[in-house]
Every structure is written in structure tokens, then in C-alpha cells.
Design a protein around this ligand. Structure first.
Ligand code: GDP
Ligand code: GDP
Length: 437
């Protein structure tokens, strides 16, 4: 299961500042490989030996500054239900407000660990005196004075937070059986797709009080192959939370991605590629999962012979540089090309696992590197000696060289493209590393 740390609190207490601090290093990395907008409200963080996803719930609600509105309530309830740990941020410069109390009233009912984070505590007085006030919130938590601005206190906070997080799950709990998850925003057609595949109406778990399962696994056999479909479609919230909020589908995607090898991401052809779809694709990309895009509801689109090609190009252009995935135009309700989608997912699964021998890799890449060497920096020449593919679940290559620190990102991309051109790996991100030798 994913570790999810959700940041909640009223506007202006410093949630997004804290968020940015927690994901500090990762943002730079994910952003320049994925080209995703900087305006993200979730990201990966790491402390000591634990990985977790941080979500700034405030980013999803444009609420009023002083009223506890329905939208904020849903956001907090959703965070309580979905997160592993909650960070409840309050402001030591302002002190306790009524709105803080409203948050606390809901959080008090949760069974999840809640940490009261007394932010903007740069000075000792503020840290000491004001945070005492926050014990009055009646939450079972110690109060952690921190400054998101300068980072003080965040280490102590995280030391405690990670005690509630799980160790990293094993990548392959069902060794040898491919796991395929089906993702997409609400109404993209996930349930319809599953029904079409499984040939019968699946019982959809709706409105069942206490339904908190994250995904349903179905063992499946097709083309003589066995795989597990992980589906989040049947799970509906018991609360009356607005399912269209991005927060919800991103959380679902994060959870379903966990144990899967390949994901089939559904787009709604009648709507095209929207920001929410890009968020889900970026999650899968960052988690280095195999990806197949299914443009669903193709039956409902008016088209001529060029429509598919044009749309495909448009989608890939917008996703660049995350544009290595196959795209299939299908219709769940008309059962058009739905098996082809699954076949493609299995193909991506096999490609993602494939290993290129060291000799083949070097025979192909070294002459290219010879012809187009890394540009010299400050008069220093980078000499790449040899390349190996390491046996990780997604294609990863190590380039041994004399000065790994001098290899620029543009050259890394060049090498990724060369690997892609010569060896394929359709549907998988290619990772390259440089090591000193
Ligand atoms: P959000 O609405 O809860 O996401 O709050 P923001 O992160 O946007 O921060 C609101 C304001 O508080 C901004 O002006 C921040 O610069 C400021 N702020 C955030 N964290 C700190 C902090 O640790 N110390 C101080 N002094 N100001 C902070
Ligand atoms: P989910 O929320 O992703 O599980 O989406 P559903 O499977 O519940 O589908 C949402 C709506 O889209 C329903 O009204 C479906 O009948 C409709 N739908 C799903 N797939 C297709 C399709 O291939 N073509 C058309 N025209 N409608 C579809």
C-alpha cells in the first residue's frame, strides 16, 4: 500500500510552503523529465528509509478564507479516508482561529494519526508559547513547531511521521503474473471496459457503507496468458464527495499503481486530453510503470480517415517528453478493439522486462557516442567506457565514464532517445544513470 501524507489546514497557514519543502529535491527531477506543469499538489518524498507521497489538499479547493465550506469539508473527509498520516497545519503568527477549530472537529473523529504542525515558528518564543495554545485543539497529537520557510523542525516532525508509514512494498507480490491496472478519471469508461472484457455485468460496489477497499483484483486468462487486472472503477466513495475533483482520481491512481506492472489509462474521446488525464499519466510515468493509452468512446466521435492519426499526434505532442506510449482507439460499449488494448498491455509488459545483452548494447551505442560525444565542459572531456542494463523492473541503463558529474541533461536525453530508437521499449520510460569508472 502506498504511504500517503496529506497536508490539511485552512488557507494561508503555509500548506503549500510545507509541501514544497517536503518534496524539494524530487520536484526538480520529475519536472524536467515529465514536462508536467509545476503547479502540482502531490509529489514524492523520502525520509530516512521511507518513501511517501505528499498531497497538498489545499491546492484542490478554492475556498473562502474564513468560512468552513462544503468543499473544504469534503476535502478533509477525503484526506482522512485516503491518507496514511495527516499533517494539520496551523499558524503560530496568527494563533488559533475558529476555522482551525472546525478542522480539528473533523480530524478528531479520524482514526488516522494526526500531527498538529505549528508553522511559522521561526522564533523560539513563537515556537514555545504559541504552540502551547494548539494543545487546546483537543487532538491526540504532540504539537510540532516548525518553519516551512527555513526548514527548522521538519526533521523532528518527519522522524515521527515515518513511524506510521509502511516499508516499501515489494514490487512483485505475485511473482511471474503480470499485474495490469485500469486507470482514468471518473466517467472515462473504466467499468464499461471491465464489463466488456469480463463478459458479464460485474457487481459494482456502490454505496456500501464502509467500503474502503482500494482496488479489486481479478485473475484473468486470455490468449493463453494469465494476468491480474486491478480495477478501481467499482469502488465508489461512501461519502458524498464530488468525484470529479482531481484529488480523488489522483489518489486512486497512486494506490492502484502500487502493485501494477502496466497500466491502461483511459481517455474519453469526446473530451480529449485534459489536465486531469495528464496528472494520472504523469503518476504512472513517475512510478516507471508500463503505460498503454486507450482512447475510449471512439464510437461517439465523428471522424474521417485522418481523425485518429491527428488525435494521436496531438496527444503525444502534448505529453512530450512522456510520449513513448502506444495509443489505441477503442469503444468499451461497442466492444471495439478492447482485446487489442489488453494484448498491447501484455506486450508492453514483456518489453519492459526485456534485457539487452551488454555486448549488443555496447556494439550499438559506443559507435554512436564516438560520433556524438558528450560536449566538453570547462575543457574536460567525458569519456563513456561501457554501458550495462541493470536488472530492474523497468528499463534502466548505467553508463560508466570518467566524469559522471559532467554529463548534462540534454546529453542524457540524447542517450535515452538513442536507446529508444534502437531497442524500442514501447510504453516504458527509459532511465539512464552515470557512474564513475
Ligand atoms: P497555504 O494557503 O496554506 O498553502 O499557505 P502558503 O504556503 O501559500 O503560505 C501562506 C503565506 O505564509 C505565504 O506568504 C508564505 O510565504 C507564508 N509562510 C509559509 N510558511 C511560513 C513560515 O514557516 N514562516 C513564515 N514566516 N511565513 C511562512
Ligand atoms: P467509469 O467511471 O470510468 O467507470 O465510467 P463508466 O464505465 O461508468 O462509464 C461512464 C459513462 O460513459 C457511461 O454512461 C457509459 O455508458 C459511457 N461509456 C463508457 N464507455 C463508452 C464507449 O465506449 N462509448 C460510449 N459512447 N459511451 C461509453
Amino acid at each position: 500500500m502506498s504511504n500517503i501524507v496529506a497536508i490539511v489546514g485552512r488557507p494561508n497557514v503555509g500548506k503549500s510552503t510545507l509541501f514544497n519543502r517536503l518534496i524539494e529535491e524530487r520536484v526538480a527531477i520529475t519536472d524536467n523529465q515529465s514536462g508536467v506543469t509545476r503547479d502540482r499538489h502531490y509529489g514524492d518524498a523520502f525520509w530516512t528509509n521511507k518513501n511517501f507521497t505528499v498531497i497538498d489538499t489545499g491546492g484542490y479547493v478554492v475556498g473562502s478564507e474564513d468560512k468552513f465550506e462544503e468543499a473544504i469539508r469534503s476535502q478533509v473527509e477525503l484526506a482522512i479516508e485516503e491518507a496514511t498520516v495527516l499533517l494539520f497545519v496551523v499558524d503560530t503568527m496568527v494563533g488559533l482561529t475558529e476555522l482551525d477549530q472546525d478542522f480539528a472537529n473533523i480530524l478528531r473523529r479520524s482514526k488516522k494519526p494526526v500531527f498538529v504542525v505549528a508553522n511559522k515558528a521561526e522564533t523560539f518564543e513563537r515556537a514555545k508559547l504559541v504552540s502551547a495554545e494548539f494543545y487546546g485543539l483537543g487532538l491526540d497529537s504532540e504539537v510540532f513547531p516548525i518553519s516551512s520557510m527555513d526548514g527548522s523542525g521538519t526533521g523532528e516532525l518527519l522522524d515521527e511521521v515515518i513511524k506510521h508509514l509502511e516499508d516499501d512494498p515489494e514490487e512483485h507480490p505475485h511473482e511471474g503474473i503480470p499485474r495490469i491496472s485500469i486507470l482514468g478519471r471518473p466517467n472515462a469508461g473504466k467499468s464499461s471496459f471491465l464489463n466488456a472484457l469480463l463478459g458479464k455485468e460485474r457487481s459494482i460496489v456502490t454505496d456500501v457503507a464502509g467500503t474502503t477497499r482500494d482496488a479489486i483484483d481479478t485473475h484473468y486468462k486470455m490468449f493463453g496468458q494469465e494476468f491480474i487486472l486491478t480495477d478501481t472503477a467499482g469502488i465508489r466513495k461512501k461519502a458524498k464527495v464530488n468525484e470529479d475533483i482531481e484529488f480523488y482520481s489522483v489518489l486512486r491512481a497512486i494506490k492502484a499503481l502500487d502493485n501494477s506492472d502496466v497500466c491502461i489509462i483511459l481517455l474519453d474521446a469526446t473530451r480529449g486530453l485534459e489536465a486531469q488525464d495528464v496528472s494520472i499519466i504523469a503518476q504512472a510515468h513517475n512510478a516507471k510503470k508500463g503505460i498503454v493509452i486507450m482512447v475510449n468512446k471512439w464510437d461517439a466521435v465523428e471522424k474521417d480517415s485522418k481523425t485518429a492519426d491527428n488525435l494521436k499526434k496531438e496527444i503525444l505532442d502534448r505529453l512530450a517528453p512522456m510520449n513513448y506510449m502506444p495509443i489505441i482507439f477503442a469503444s468499451a460499449t461497442e466492444k471495439q478493439r478492447i482485446f487489442q488494448v489488453v494484448e498491447k498491455a501484455m506486450e508492453v509488459y514483456e518489453l519492459r522486462r526485456s534485457q539487452i545483452t551488454t555486448s549488443k548494447l555496447n556494439d550499438v551505442l559506443l559507435p554512436i557516442i564516438e560520433r556524438t560525444p558528450p560536449p566538453s565542459i570547462k575543457g574536460k572531456m567525458v569519456k563513456i567506457k561501457y554501458i550495462v542494463q541493470i536488472p530492474t523492473p523497468s528499463p534502466t541503463f548505467v553508463f560508466f565514464c570518467n566524469l559522471p558529474q559532467y554529463v548534462k541533461e540534454s546529453y542524457q536525453r540524447f542517450l535515452q532517445n538513442q536507446i529508444r530508437d534502437h531497442f524500442g521499449f514501447e510504453g516504458s520510460v527509459i532511465t539512464v544513470f552515470f557512474r564513475k569508472k
